[in-house]
Design a protein around this ligand. Sequence first.
Ligand SMILES: [Zn+2]
Ligand SMILES: [Zn+2]
Length: 245
Amino acid sequence: MNIMEVLKHITAVQLILLSIVINVCLFFLSIGCYLLFSRLSRNEPLQGELQKVTRADIRLSVLVTGCNALVFIVGFSLWQMDILGVSDSTNIFLIAIEVIFLVIAMDFLMYVFHRVAHLPLFYRLFHLRHHQHQSTNALSLFVLHPAEALGFGGLFVLVLFIYPFSYLAISIYLFINLLWGTIGHLDKEILPKRFSVLLQSGFLGTTRFHNDHHKLPHYNYGFYTVLWDRIFGTLFTAGTDEKDR
Ligand SMILES: [Zn+2]
Ligand SMILES: [Zn+2]
């Protein structure tokens, strides 16, 4: 019996426990990577002073981790009920194509979702909490309104209905998502400066890219790439007119 067959038949209690364990591990993995990358990076800090970690941030991070666990349970249950298809393909070429598709599709959907979150009403109701971190810290990725966490998770579950993605592609995408969210909220670029400037002007969203969004909320709505900001004219670059700030 392979792992997919075993997982298909786990009970509701086992699923809840599995989801909590996975999401708590991902939470601490993000914090661990944040601290490690901050320590290893030799670049100058992007922020004057790091955002202080407050008790409210810790409580909200725990709640958002709970929301992520809930999304996992919903997605997993849909798969167990055969409403959502997941393949067990181990074809490396197919997995690579699926991961690239998931990254580009989610990048676009999150760009749209993020721009909607910046409309005045939604901003006040939901997104303001994330932007209370004008500079960032190890918890910023998890300092979100719970509705936003459920919304991002719900978007991903909807995308999974497009096609039966491989469980390996889904796992790799979720790992990239966590890593990118962590890197985006660092206070230093992790790559040498000339390389990160090259990356930002090219395709990938870097630490500076998302840091600039926290400083200048009307720019850089994208997440993994700068592609959609470039297409829709919301990319902040060194050349962006000062009056636009
Ligand atoms: Zn952020
Ligand atoms: Zn924002």
